[in-house]
Design a protein around this ligand. Structure first.
Ligand SMILES: C[S@@+](CC[C@H](N)C(=O)[O-])C[C@H]1O[C@@H](n2cnc3c(N)ncnc32)[C@H](O)[C@@H]1O
Length: 316
């Protein structure tokens, strides 16, 4: 029997340049990726709270056009290696240089991926504080989807619905930045864990990729959830840190369980509706659009949980 072509890459943190390693991966072997590339922040010191991010093995300073073209190439290479119906969660942020806004959607939309959702990551704090604008504490996470022509429409284009226990977490993810890792720009464990758990739910032994894996946060999340991982980073120091972290993965179980405990439906929408309570996440209150009759139906989309079959959206 021939070996699965992805087998030689599984459960490894690979030292190398992102594109060189990605090009070695077989077609359509990845189920889900979660990643945060270098942001091209220029390595300038920009405010008194800032310790500028400097990576061990790579410069974070390129001409903007060259940077964006590189990112599109990386996104498309991940697309090639991803199975139809697979996902990529791509974390980036809005940047301003000399008054010009560089929005990640600009190059994400030039890649082959379908944008399934733009999620706001509310970090609650950020190092860079200057008065040119309101203190920017948010980042973006693009949930990108590779359509599956083997499925009937519209599922071919938009994929499976999330289970309500995941979908109820909303499109604003609030996690403080990670402070425990020595890496200069890690994301918190909860971020990749939420993405992988929401999409793969209780499935096991899928293949999770992080092509800019740094300290290995995505890889630890994958391992905790029972999946295989593939990590890539250009820095030998970060590869070593990621490997050491993976050896001690059990230490991160409490943080993982804290995140997983949020993925619950305490009461189904059907039950709440029956009791006349507002079915939203934040408790019993009735939302009435301004100027409208209290008894008039509001346009709230309610998710009916159905034990038997797929969930469905209903308008109230
Ligand atoms: C934002 S950090 C990722 C941090 C990671 N999410 C974590 O939680 O630790 C970006 C990473 O990309 C790596 N990197 C930069 N250029 C690279 C390249 N050409 N190929 C592979 N990795 C690269 C850096 O070494 C850095 O660790």
């Amino acid at each position: 029997m021939s070996e699965n072509p992805v087998a030689p890459f599984l459960d490894r943190v690979i030292l190398g340049d992102v594109l060189e390693v990605l090009r070695q991966l077989p077609d359509e072997c990845i189920d889900i990726s979660v990643t945060s590339p270098p942001y091209n922040k220029g390595e300038n010191k920009k405010g008194w709270l800032v310790t500028s991010v400097r990576y061990d093995g790579a410069s974070d300073k390129r001409a903007e056009e060259e940077y964006q073209a590189w990112q599109v190439e990386v996104l498309d290479e991940i697309w090639r290696a991803t199975k139809p119906g697979g996902s990529l969660f791509y974390n980036h942020k809005l940047r301003w240089e000399q008054g010009v806004l560089y929005h990640p959607y600009a190059w994400v939309s030039r890649s082959r991926w379908v944008v399934r959702q733009e999620i706001i990551w509310d970090r609650m704090i950020a190092a860079n504080i200057r008065g040119w604008r309101f203190w920017q504490v948010d980042e973006r996470i693009y949930w990108l989807y590779k359509p599956d022509p083997g499925q009937p429409l519209p599922r071919a284009l938009i994929g499976r619905e999330l289970k309500p226990r995941h979908a109820l977490l909303t499109s604003i993810w609030r996690f403080p930045p990670e402070r425990e890792q020595p890496h200069p720009a890690p994301f918190p464990l909860a971020l990749p864990l939420r993405a992988i758990y929401a999409v793969l739910d209780d499935e096991k032994e899928k293949v999770v990729l992080d092509p800019f894996c740094g300290s290995g946060t995505t890889l630890v999340a994958a391992k905790i959830l029972g999946h295989h991982y593939i990590g890539i980073d250009i820095s030998p120091t970060y590869v070593r840190w990621a490997e050491e972290r993976l050896e001690r993965w059990e230490r991160e179980l409490p943080a993982a369980h804290e995140e997983m405990a949020l993925h619950v439906v305490r009461k189904t929408f059907a039950e709440r509706k029956r009791e006349g309570a507002f079915t939203g996440r934040y408790g019993p209150r009735r939302i009435v659009p301004a100027g409208e009759d209290e008894d008039a139906p509001s346009q709230l989309a309610l998710w009916e949980e159905d034990e038997e079959g797929p969930s469905q959206l209903t308008l109230w």
